[in-house]
Design a protein. Structure first.
Length: 587
C-alpha cells in the first residue's frame, strides 16, 4: 500500500526552525560578549599556533558550542579565510548541518564511561575523510567518569597531528586538574543585558515581530546573561501573543514582578508606610507571585539602589528604562547607604528563614513590616563618635562622672547635664560591715570599682562587655562559648580582667591558648579602640565565690538618661539587647 502525502515529509519537519538555531553565529564576528575568546582563537589560526586541546568554560547559552563549531569550520574550511570560515564550501556546510564525519560532537553525559573513551582512542588513529583535521567536540565534559578521564590523558597530551579536541563545560571545577593542565582554557562570561537587548531587537526586526522596548528589556532581564535563553523566551512570546509582544504579556507569561509594582512596594518600605506595604504585598501574592520570588526580586532591587547610591549611575548589568532609572535614583536619595545595607541584610535573612518554613508569606510580611518600623540607621563610626562625645566609647572607658566630696557641679566637675544621681541613703541598722564599707568606698569616689575584685560596675563597662561578646559571637562561635561563661572583673582602657568560676576553669585555659588569646586581644582592640592588657583569671583568686553569687551592690548607682537612646541604637547595631538590672543600672 502506498501513502500519498500532500507535501514532502521533510518540508513539514523543516518548515520551522527555532530562533536559537536559526540565528546561531556563523562567523566569529557574530559572537557577542566573548571578544577576548574570539580574538585569541582567530589570532591562533592565522599564526598557525593551534593547540591540541581547548576547554571552554562558562554558564549556559553564552556561545561555547557555537564557538567550538566555528573553530572547527575555520580549521577545516577548504578556502581558509583570514579570520572566519567561508560558510560556502562543502566542509563548512556539513559542519553547519551537523553532518560532517570529520567533526564529531559527543554528549559527555550519555557517553561518560571508559568503554566510550576507549572507542574514541581507537578512532583517533584514522585520518580525516575530507578535511585537514578530525575534531572531537565533547559537551558537558565534566560528566565523564574519573576512569574515562584517566583513559583520555595520554591521547589528550600527545594526539596524532590530525586530531584536535574541544571540550565544553558549565562546571569546570568538576574536571580533573590533569585534564585542565593539558588544555588551553577559555572562560566565557555572561552576556550583559544591553547586548542581549540589542540582539533581540535586531532579530525581532528581521523576523518582523512587533515588540515594544519595555518587552525586550524584560526578556533581556529574564535571560540572566544567556542569549540562547533570551531567544527561547522570544520564541515563546511570539506563540503566546501572536506576533505582537508587549511588556504585560512578558510579565504574565514568565510570572515576573512588574517593575512598577516593585517600585511601589520598595517605596512604601522606604516611606515607612506599613499599611501600604501589607496591601501591595497582598495584591502581588493574590496575583500568583511566589513570596520567595518577591523577596529575591526585592534584593535585586535594593542591590541596584545600593549601586546607584554608590556610583550615581546604572552599571552594565542593569537594564533600566530612563523613567525607571529616575525613579530608582529618587528612592536612593531617600536612603542612606547604611539603611540600604540594613534592608539587604534583613531580606537575605528572610530568604533563609522562608526556605525553612511552610508559611513563607508570613516571614516576608514580618520582615517588611519590621523594615517600615526601622529607626535611623547609623554607621559604626558614627555610633562610636557619638559614644566618644558622651564619654563612653572610643579610646577607652571613661569615668561615669559620679560626684565626689567637695565637687562643684556648677563648674562641671560632677555628672554631665541631664544625668541623675541616686540619693545617698544611710545603710540600715541590720546591714553588715561589708555593706557599710562598700558604701564608704562609694562616698570616697571609688564606687565604680568593687573593693574586693576591682570590677568596673559602670554602665560603660557593661556596654563594652556586651559589645565584646557580640563581636566574638559573630566572628568565632567556639571562642564565644568559652567567653560567655566568664564575667568582666575589670574593664578599662589599660587593663581588662575576665574572671571564671571554679567550674569553668577549662574555659579560661581554652581561651588562654595562642589562637584564642590573640583573637580576644584583637577583638578588644576593635571594641574599645585601644590596646588594653588582657588577663584571664579564676574568681576564687580574687576573693569572689565561684558559684556566681553577687555581692551587695553599691547604692549610688548612676543612670545616665542621656545615654539610653544611644545605648539602644548601639545594641541594635551590635546585635545585643538592653537588660534592666536593679543592681547595675542599664547594661
Amino acid at each position: 500500500m502506498k501513502f500519498i502525502y500532500p507535501c514532502d515529509i521533510n518540508e513539514i519537519t523543516m518548515s520551522y526552525q527555532v530562533l536559537a538555531q536559526k540565528y546561531r553565529p556563523q562567523k566569529f564576528e557574530d559572537v557577542i560578549g566573548q571578544e577576548a575568546v574570539t580574538r585569541t582563537l582567530t589570532n591562533s589560526v592565522k599564526a598557525g599556533r593551534v593547540a591540541n586541546a581547548y576547554i571552554f568554560c562558562g554558564p549556559r547559552g553564552v556561545g561555547k558550542t557555537s564557538v567550538a563549531r566555528l573553530l572547527s569550520k575555520t580549521l577545516n574550511c577548504e578556502k581558509p579565510p583570514e579570520e572566519s570560515p567561508c560558510n560556502k564550501c562543502p566542509s563548512c556546510d556539513q559542519i553547519t548541518r551537523s553532518s560532517s564525519i570529520d567533526v564529531l560532537e559527543i554528549d559527555g553525559a550519555s557517553n561518560r564511561g571508559i568503554d566510550e573513551i576507549r572507542t574514541l582512542r581507537e578512532n583517533v588513529k584514522f585520518s580525516p575523510s575530507q578535511g585537514r583535521y578530525k575534531i572531537y567536540i565533547i559537551d558537558e565534559v565534566h560528566m565523564l567518569t574519573q576512569e574515562a578521564f584517566n583513559a583520555l590523558l595520554k591521547t589528550l597530551e600527545e594526539p596524532p597531528a590530525h586530531v584536535k579536541f574541544i571540550f565544553a563545560t558549565t562546571e569546570p571545577h568538576k574536571v580533573l586538574p590533569t585534564i585542565m593542565s593539558r588544555c588551553q582554557r577559555f572562560d566565557f562570561r555572561k552576556i550583559s543585558p544591553g547586548m542581549i537587548l540589542d540582539r533581540i531587537k535586531d532579530i525581532a526586526g528581521k523576523e518582523k515581530i512587533k515588540m515594544d522596548d519595555k518587552a525586550a528589556l524584560l526578556i533581556a532581564r529574564a535571560a540572566d546573561g544567556s542569549l540562547r535563553d533570551a531567544l527561547v523566551i522570544l520564541d515563546q512570546m511570539v506563540s503566546f501573543s501572536g506576533g505582537k509582544v508587549t511588556s504585560e504579556d512578558v510579565t504574565e507569561l514568565l510570572g515576573m514582578v512588574h517593575k512598577d509594582r516593585m517600585l511601589e512596594l520598595s517605596g512604601a518600605v522606604i516611606d515607612k508606610e506599613s499599611k501600604h506595604v501589607a496591601a501591595v504585598l497582598d495584591d502581588m501574592i493574590d496575583a500568583g507571585k511566589d513570596p520567595v520570588f518577591i523577596a529575591t526580586s526585592l534584593i535585586g532591587h535594593y542591590r541596584d539602589l545600593m549601586i546607584l547610591k554608590t556610583a550615581g549611575k546604572q552599571t552594565s548589568d542593569m537594564a533600566l528604562t530612563d523613567d525607571e532609572c529616575r525613579a530608582m535614583l529618587g528612592q536612593a536619595e531617600k536612603l542612606s547607604l547604611e539603611e540600604i545595607l540594613y534592608i539587604l541584610q534583613n531580606l537575605s535573612n528572610c530568604i533563609i528563614l522562608m526556605k525553612g518554613t511552610v508559611f513563607a508569606r508570613g516571614a516576608l510580611e514580618i520582615t517588611l513590616i519590621r523594615l517600615t518600623k526601622r529607626g535611623d540607621i547609623l554607621s559604626l563610626p558614627d555610633i562610636m563618635e557619638k559614644l566618644e562625645r558622651l564619654g563612653v566609647g572610643g579610646s577607652g572607658i571613661k569615668p561615669s562622672g559620679r560626684s565626689t566630696p567637695g565637687a562643684d557641679l556648677s563648674q562641671g566637675a560632677g555628672p554631665q547635664e541631664g544625668m541623675k544621681v541616686r540619693q545617698q541613703t544611710p545603710p540600715p541598722a541590720y546591714a553588715g560591715e561589708e555593706t557599710r564599707a562598700r558604701q564608704k568606698d562609694s562616698v570616697d569616689g571609688t564606687s565604680g570599682v568593687n573593693s574586693t575584685s576591682g570590677v568596673n560596675n559602670t554602665s560603660s563597662g557593661n556596654i563594652q562587655w556586651k559589645a565584646l561578646l557580640n563581636y566574638v559571637k559573630n566572628k568565632k562561635m567556639s571562642a564565644f562559648t568559652y567567653l560567655n561563661a566568664g564575667k568582666p572583673v575589670r574593664f578599662d582602657a589599660d587593663r581588662v580582667v575576665i574572671g571564671f568560676g571554679r567550674d569553668h576553669a577549662f574555659n579560661r585555659e581554652a581561651l588562654d591558648t595562642g589562637d584564642n588569646r590573640s583573637f580576644l586581644e584583637e577583638a578588644l582592640s576593635k571594641v574599645t579602640g585601644a590596646s588594653p592588657r588582657l588577663e584571664l583569671t579564676l574568681l576564687e583568686f580574687l576573693g569572689e565565690e565561684s558559684s556566681g553569687k553577687k555581692k551587695a551592690p553599691s547604692d549610688n548607682t548612676v543612670i545616665k538618661e542621656d545615654l539610653k537612646p544611644m545605648i539602644e541604637k548601639a545594641m541594635d547595631v551590635f546585635g545585643g539587647s538592653i537588660v534592666r538590672d536593679s543592681t547595675e543600672g542599664y547594661r
